[in-house]
Write a protein that binds this ligand. Structure first.
Ligand code: DX5
Ligand code: ZN
Length: 214
C-alpha cells in the first residue's frame, strides 16, 4: 500500500516539521492539493509553496491540480518539483494535449475522476497515463465524508487495469480514514490519500505508521 498524506490539513506555520514527521512515519509520497477558487470553491496554495518545500524531503511530490485549464500551469509545477501531476478530466478542454504536455516535462501523469464522472472518459487516454485518482469526495475541502459509490468505481477500474495489464496506479482521495482504509484497499486501490485523519492527530509519526501497518 502506498500512502500519500495530503498536507492540506497540515499546520502551515510548521510545514517543514509536519512533512519530516510523516516521512519518518513511512509516507511514500507527499500529496499537494492545489485549488484555484474557480474549478473548486476553495483556494489553497500554488507552485511557490511547492518549490519552497521541495528541499525539505526526499519523498516524491504527488501534485493534485484542482485548477481550471491546468495546461496554463504545467511548466510552473514541473519546475517547482512535482513528480506526479494529476489533472481533472473536466478541467482541461483538450485533455489529450494536456496529458502530453505533462509528459513532455518527464513527469508522471494522473487523471482525477470526480464522484459523478464516469470511467468512460478514460477510454481513449488510459494507455497514456500513469495514475488514476478516484475522488471519493467532491474536491475542494479536506475533512469530508467518504462517498460510498466510489467503491464500485475503484473495483471497476481495478478490473480494467488488471485485465489489460496496465502499468497504472489507482489512487483514492477524500474521506479515507483509519476505519475505512482497509475497505478501500480491498476494493482495489494501490495508493491512499489521507489528510485530516493524519494531520488532526497530535503524533504524526505514530499516526502515519498506523496507516502503513494496515
Ligand atoms: C479534497 C482533496 C483531498 C483532501 C483529503 O479536495 O483533494 O486531498 O485534502 O483530505 P481528507 O483526507 O481530510 O478527506
Ligand atoms: Zn487531493
Amino acid at each position: 500500500m502506498l500512502l500519500s498524506p495530503s498536507v492540506l490539513s497540515a499546520n502551515f506555520a510548521n510545514l517543514e516539521k509536519d512533512i519530516k514527521n510523516i516521512e519518518e512515519g513511512g509516507a511514500d509520497y507527499i500529496h499537494l492539493d492545489v485549488m484555484d477558487g474557480n474549478y473548486v470553491p476553495n483556494i489553497s496554495f500554488g507552485a511557490p509553496i511547492i518549490k519552497a518545500i521541495r528541499p525539505v524531503t526526499k519523498l516524491p511530490f504527488d501534485v493534485h491540480l484542482m485548477v481550471q485549464a491546468p495546461e496554463r500551469y504545467i511548466e510552473d509545477f514541473a519546475k517547482a518539483g512535482a513528480d506526479i501531476i494529476t489533472i481533472h478530466a473536466e478541467a482541461s478542454v483538450h485533455l489529450h494535449r494536456t496529458v502530453q504536455i505533462i509528459k513532455s516535462y518527464g513527469k508522471k501523469v494522473g487523471i482525477a475522476l470526480n464522484p459523478a464522472t464516469p470511467i468512460e472518459v478514460l477510454d481513449y487516454i488510459i494507455e497514456d497515463i500513469d495514475l488514476i485518482l478516484v475522488m471519493s469526495v467532491n474536491p475542494g475541502f479536506g475533512g469530508q465524508s467518504f462517498i460510498d459509490s466510489a467503491l464500485e468505481k475503484i473495483k471497476n477500474l481495478r478490473a480494467i487495469i488488471d485485465e489489460r495489464k496496465l502499468d497504472i496506479l489507482l489512487e483514492v482521495d477524500g474521506g479515507v480514514k483509519l476505519d475505512n482504509a482497509k475497505t478501500v484497499l480491498e476494493a482495489g486501490a494501490d495508493m491512499l490519500v489521507v489528510g485530516s485523519d493524519i494531520f488532526n492527530h497530535e503524533d504524526l509519526v505514530a499516526r502515519t505508521r498506523e496507516f502503513k501497518n494496515l
